[in-house]
Every structure is written in C-alpha cells, then in structure tokens.
Write a protein that binds this ligand. Structure first.
Ligand code: 5MM
Length: 341
C-alpha cells in the first residue's frame, strides 16, 4: 500500500467546494426511482440517465470530485461508444465503485441486516482498479427500533467495514466507509445521536484492529436527525450542532475527509444541514456531500425518461451540484434556491 497516494485521492475526493455523486443504485433501487418517473428499468435507460449526468460538464468539473458507480455502469459505454468511466475522467472527476453486494438478514437478530460481499473482494478489487476506480464504497445499514440495534449488528457490520477497508487499501483503492444509521422510524434525535455514536466508535475501533490508516479513508456518515415518523422536527441548527458534536466525539482528526449521505432528507434540507455545519467551522476534517437522492431527485423528475428533457435534467443536476458545493464551503443561502427556480 502506498499511503501517500491513497491520501492524495482521499483529499481530492473531499477537495474544497467539491463532493461525490452517489450514482451506485443497484438494479432494484434504480427501478424504484424509475418507477416514480414512469420509466422502464432497461440497461439502455440506466445508461442514458447516468450519461446525462456525467456529461453535465460544468457540474462535473466544478462541483463533483468523484462518482460512485454500480458494477454494471463501470463497464458500460455511452451511446457514442465512449466508456462512461472516460467521460467521468475527462471531466476531471474520479471514478469509484460500490463493492458491497447488498444486505442479508443477520442470523439470530430479527429485523437486523449484515452487509455482504467480502468473500471474493480481494479478487474483484484489482479488476476495478484496472477499469479506473480509485475509490470504493461499502454501506452498512443500522436500523433503530424496538430492542434494536443489537451489539451483534453494530459489531458485525463495523467488523465487515474494517475488513473491506483493509482490502481496498491493499489494492490501492480508497475505501469510503459508510456506516448508515437509518432515519426511518419513530426514534427521536437523541436516539439517533446515541446509536450513531455507538456505531462510529465501534467502526473506528475495528478500523484500528484491522490496521487501517485513517489518512487513506473517507467517512460517509448519516447526519443526526429525528426519525421520519418521530413527529418531532428539528431545526437546521439543531441538526448541525448535534452532528458536529457526534463527529468530534467519534472521528479522529487523521481521517482525510467526511462526505455525508442524504438518507432521505429533502434536497434543500440536505444542503442546508451541510452548509450549517460548515458555517460552524474550525473542524479537523473537510465536510462535504456524497449524496444519492439529494443530488438526483430533481434531475430524475426533469428527465422523466425522455431524450427531449436531457437539457432540463442537466440544468436541474447542475443546480443541486452547485448548491451543495456552496454548502460544502459554508456559503449557501436559501434565496439562491428560489433564484434558480
Ligand atoms: C445511491 O444509492 C446507493 C445504493 O443503494 P442500494 O445499494 O440500496 O441500491 C446508496 O448506498 C447511497 O450511496 C447512500 O445511501 C447515499 O445515498 P443517499 O440517497 O442516502 O444520499
């Protein structure tokens, strides 16, 4: 492992004013997104949709540091035969790859999941590196509910994240470590804070046991928000303060950068929360975005599966990328949203 080169990639992924486009929806997840815009989930439609974003040159060049791809996409070619990976690279962004193979029920733990995909990972990583991937992603999913999460779910998922991270670094690929505490459910903000703290502490302990140098990873955490069904909304400032508090308590300063998931927040909420955290400032890590839904909901709606709508969809993608880029600098203002509408 060349740690200095890994660190350069991790720093580039969280460069000032830039963030990551999470376009790694598995075929089942993208189907749900396409169903919502009444678009058939075909290989060509998936390619056309993603090509539309990757060819939004100004957004990719100025606001996007890297793109997380699904296995199908990393091998896919654009309509004119150019590999999609080459389009991403030409825009100055880094290609990345989701390497987990989804989740399975965790044995003896009703309602809890374990992320799978470690078995052949050491063989798969060099192929992704050769295809252009310079970073990878593995997502652990922790649900809050009656009697859960269990220690077993927290520990098993943290252990898998650490094993994945060590394998990636050995293959000269920067691991995005994503321990996601879901915002579905009735729990309040204090429960989200307690469980996220537990999961992050366990994850960094396991990364330490696995000898993973933190200068060569990017952390992708959830923000501290109340459960969607809690009925207790939180202000932007409350979310920002709680999230920064948890990160300060759990994340060593050696970590190269932090890129949040959006987790089902509205587009504007995800932007406002990131901006408020960066306005607090004086933190040891760069704080940016690695959004899936909060970057793509607007362009998906504008595109609606129609070639005639590509320009409108690109404008929508450009707008969200720019807003989140400003938020990553702590320079976003709510009235910028209205101006673009
Ligand atoms: C883009 O969605 C990713 C893949 O999801 P599936 O494996 O379920 O198909 C997902 O891992 C995503 O990268 C993160 O959760 C962040 O996305 P959001 O939408 O929460 O910002």
């Amino acid at each position: 492992m060349n740690l200095s080169d890994l660190n350069k990639v991790a720093v580039a992924m969280t460069a000032p004013g830039k963030g990551i486009l999470a376009a790694d929806e598995s075929t089942g997840t993208i189907k749900k997104r396409f169903d919502a815009i009444m678009t058939e989930n075909t290989e060509d439609n998936r390619r056309d949709y993603r090509e539309m974003m990757f060819r939004t040159t100004e957004a990719m060049k100025n606001h996007i540091s890297g793109v997380i791809l699904y296995d199908e996409t990393i091998w896919q070619k654009a309509k004119d035969g150019t590999p999609l990976v080459d389009i991403i690279k030409a825009a100055g962004a880094l290609p990345g790859i989701k390497v987990d193979e989804g989740t399975k029920p965790l044995p003896n733990q009703p309602g809890e999941l374990i992320t799978i995909g470690l078995d052949r990972l050491a063989d798969r990583l060099p192929k992704y590196y050769d295809a252009g991937a310079r970073f990878a992603k593995w997502r652990a999913v922790i649900d809050i509910g009656k009697g859960i999460p269990s220690h077993n779910a927290i520990h098993s998922n943290a252990h898998a994240l650490a094993r994945y991270a060590a394998l990636c670094q050995a293959a000269q690929i920067v691991p995005i470590v994503e321990p996601e505490v879901l915002m579905d459910g009735e729990h309040d903000m204090a429960q989200c804070e307690a469980v996220t703290t537990w999961m992050l502490k366990e994850t960094f302990q396991e990364l330490y046991y696995a000898n993973v140098p933190l200068e060569g990873i990017v952390l992708k955490p959830n923000m501290i928000v109340p459960g969607k069904k809690s009925g207790k909304p939180a202000s932007v400032e409350q979310v920002a303060e709680a999230t920064v508090r948890v990160l300060k308590n759990c994340v060593p300063g050696a970590v190269s950068g932090i890129a949040f998931l959006s987790g089902g927040q509205s587009d504007e909420e995800a932007t406002a929360h990131l901006d408020a955290m960066n306005k607090i400032g004086n933190l040891p890590w760069a704080l940016t975005f690695s959004y899936g839904r909060a970057l793509q909901a607007a362009p998906q709606k504008a595109w609606a599966g129609k070639a005639d709508n590509v320009a409108a969809a690109q404008r929508a993608f450009m707008h969200r990328a720019k807003m989140n880029s400003l938020a990553a600098l702590g320079q976003w203002k709510a009235d910028l949203e209205k101006k673009a509408a």
